[in-house]
Design a protein around this ligand. Sequence first.
Ligand SMILES: C[S@@+](CC[C@H](N)C(=O)[O-])C[C@H]1O[C@@H](n2cnc3c(N)ncnc32)[C@H](O)[C@@H]1O
Length: 276
Amino acid sequence: MTGNADQIQYWNIQGRKWAAMQERIDLTMNEITDAVLPFANAKPGERIIDIGCGCGTTTLRLAMIAGREGSVAGVDVSVPMLAVAEARAQASQAEIAFVEADASTYEFQPNADLVFSRFGVMFFADPYAAFKNIRTALSRTGRIAFVCWRTFPENIWASAPFFAARDLLPEAPPADPYAPGPFALGDGARTEDILEKAGFNNVRLEKLDCTMNMGADLDAASSQALEIGPLARAATELNEAQREQLKARAAQALSKYVTASGVRPPAACWLAGATA
Ligand SMILES: C[S@@+](CC[C@H](N)C(=O)[O-])C[C@H]1O[C@@H](n2cnc3c(N)ncnc32)[C@H](O)[C@@H]1O
């Protein structure tokens, strides 16, 4: 497959799981959402685009801030996730335009004040070309603000369960750290370079260190590690008995992160911002 076709296919299959788990996933990422929205500093009356908006959680939050004087659009390639986003917008009577499109090639109107994303910009085959296209969505005074993961080893919520179960997983070639996927923008120097080469100015990356709320207890947290994230991706071909073994390993790896308010392993993100 060429371009983003394999990721588009992936998000139309995997997106069904995200759609079914939307509330759970949002709870997991609460701390991150609470950091990236103030970072983006959206204001009433602004025209905002949420890239890779998924099930629309941040799109809805941005629409509440932009208000009737502003406008908010969500762009995504995942039909099942967009369906959830549309239903939620209708239920809350929010006027949001959801667009099924590949953000790396979509012909944007050049008038957005803010292009935003929560984890929706790491899946491009050619991130240099993709961010160049995304920049065309901004007015001359516009800005971009997004959150993405730092590297896989830094993200203990993902790497601890994966490394704990590695000997039980099918053989796989070493992962390309820059391949489209959750950690593709983890290398901060490269991400700055991507944004600068795309034509953005005043590029700044801030570290966000926080936790992921993986579930109320170890059973919930280890189940989630097998539903979404790198261990889940590596385990798709395994049978129930093998998955149970992985789950036990994941539970063991996550056991040191049990707190009174859930299982909370460390997460490492970039808050990235730039002007048009
Ligand atoms: C990790 S999910 C994040 C979803 C949502 N922003 C959230 O925080 O819940 C990544 C999202 O990016 C979308 N995506 C992947 N490639 C895309 C592309 N080329 N253009 C637009 N959206 C894309 C996926 O369909 C998915 O909804």
